[in-house]
Design a protein around this ligand. Structure first.
Ligand code: PMP
Length: 464
């Protein structure tokens, strides 16, 4: 294997990295080159270990290096490495996985359509909404309501539904038929309001958007049960029942984007259950295979399926959508092994108990820190937001100061990987379900020390 410095140089020269400051990368190369992973720990090419407090990108839920998944994928690749699912062709593992997902779905569901990523699955959901409304003779109902700060992917459609300006800049997004409503971000949008008042404000914003656009032009609303990349934002209690009453009144479908929450992150198998959602369509990815294989799924209700299968077939013939890798047998084998591990090792219980520890430690370390505006999260997902001041309403830091990215860098120097969230001066924590309490303490401690260091620098430079 090439030496660490050689690998970094090769990467610097040839790799085009996603979500990366490209000019900086081309000049400086990668911050680290990872070559191994076990449990919650990643190891770089020079042999240095890091606690991965983000489980990759909120996805390696059962931890790195699980031989049960590696074996299942190897066995499947040897047995049947690929089989497409077009034109009624079927293979065993995807069929069994579809049955499993329908059996475990948080609300009654009918059918499963497989894709490769959260982004393409959310694109599929929009196509399903359009097809459904065309087939039932309501071709005007096409617009999609998404939320500011929501994250739904980066393809042309899903990137538009994502409500983060940094993901639109330079890409001519969002497309005009996506409409964003207010984020359930209490610190800012709900400052000084009770939960009930904040719910009323959010519902009013939705109602006004629908009134402005016309209900007969709107097909669906998409929402993460708890927003992940937009800041780890849980809705105020009562939010979804209130939102859903409005959607139902206007014949607007609800898509639950469970890409982060699905399969246990909040301590229930689905965030839909935790948050009291009643979706017509559910998107899953990431935790479906704990990222051992790129696999996503659209889980479809009978209400939508019946129209697509009956009216749609009559109007349009065979369903004209699908990917080469839809229903990939190796992905399905990985998912089945992953779900078996989650059940056999009772990982939801681990998420609840280690999650309670994470939340307590985050609050202990950060609640009274001078840089901190809010500590948020539940179970095994959390975030700390940094603000210049919060009394009398939050005032953010100048983004040029890069407060959260500097703290993430400081934690990395202390052997812990976290994540600064785009368009939110926050750091996120979303560790593997199997992280130990000692590792949680080390991770939170590293972030606290890094925050103290940045606080010292800001004071020294007269910026705080
Ligand atoms: N939805 C949510 C809620 C996500 O967090 C993400 C990824 N962070 C996506 C969709 C997009 O998934 P992918 O990156 O696999 O396309």
């Amino acid at each position: 294997m090439a030496a660490a410095a050689d690998l970094a140089e090769i990467d610097r020269r040839y790799s085009f990295h996603p979500f990366t400051a490209l000019a900086d990368h081309e000049r400086d190369g990668p911050s680290m080159v990872i070559t191994g992973g076990k449990g919650s720990t990643l190891t770089d090419a020079s042999g240095r270990d890091y606690i991965d407090a983000m489980a990759g990108l909120w996805c390696v839920n059962v931890g790195y290096g699980r031989t049960e998944l590696a074996d299942a994928m190897r066995d499947q690749a040897a047995q049947l490495s690929y089989c497409h699912a077009f034109s009624s062709m079927s293979s065993d593992k995807p069929a069994l996985l579809a049955e499993k997902l329908i059996g475990m779905a948080p609300v009654p569901m009918s059918k499963v359509f497989f894709g490769n990523s959260g982004s393409d699955a959310n694109d599929t959901q929009v196509k399903l909404v359009w097809y459904y409304n065309n087939a039932r003779g309501k071709p005007g109902k096409k617009k999609i309501i998404a939320r500011q700060r929501g994250y739904h992917g980066v393809t042309v459609m899903s990137g538009g539904m994502t409500g983060l300006p940094g993901l639109h800049a330079g890409f001519d997004l969002p497309l005009p038929f996506v409409k964003h409503v207010m984020a359930p971000r209490k610190l800012w949008e709900g400052h000084g309001l009770s939960d009930a008042e904040f719910v009323a404000k959010l519902v009013d914003d939705l109602e006004q958007t629908i009134a402005r656009e016309g209900a007969d032009t709107i097909g669906a609303m998409i929402a993460e049960p708890l927003m992940g990349a937009g800041g780890v934002l849980a809705p105020p209690p009562g939010y979804y029942p209130a939102i859903q009453a409005v959607l139902r009144r206007h014949d607007i479908l609800l898509i639950a984007d469970e890409v982060i929450c699905g399969f246990g992150r909040l301590g229930d198998m689905f965030g839909t259950t935790t948050m009291g959602m009643e979706p017509d369509l559910i998107t899953v990815a990431k935790g479906l295979t704990s990222a051992y294989f790129p696999l996503s799924a659209c889980i479809v209700s009978e209400k939508v399926w019946r129209v697509i299968a009956d009216e749609g077939s009559k109007a349009y013939g065979a369903f004209g959508h699908g990917y080469t890798y839809s229903s990939h047998p190796v992905g399905a084998a990985a998912a089945l092994a992953n779900l078996q591990l989650i059940e056999e090792e009772q990982m939801l219980g681990k998420v609840r108990s280690t999650g309670a520890h994470l939340q307590a430690k985050l609050r202990e370390a950060f609640a009274d820190h001078p840089l901190v505006g809010e500590v948020r999260g539940q179970a095994l997902i959390g975030a700390v937001e940094f603000v210049k001041s919060k009394d009398g309403g939050p005032v953010g830091f100048d983004p040029a100061l890069k407060v959260a990215p500097r703290i993430v860098k400081g934690a990395l120097a202390r052997g812990v990987i976290g994540r600064a969230l785009p368009n939110a001066d926050s750091v996120a924590f979303s560790p593997p379900f199997i992280i130990t309490e000692a590792e949680v303490e080390k991770a939170v401690g590293a972030f606290r020390d890094a925050a103290d260091e940045v606080l010292g620098e800001l004071r020294r430079d007269g910026q705080f």
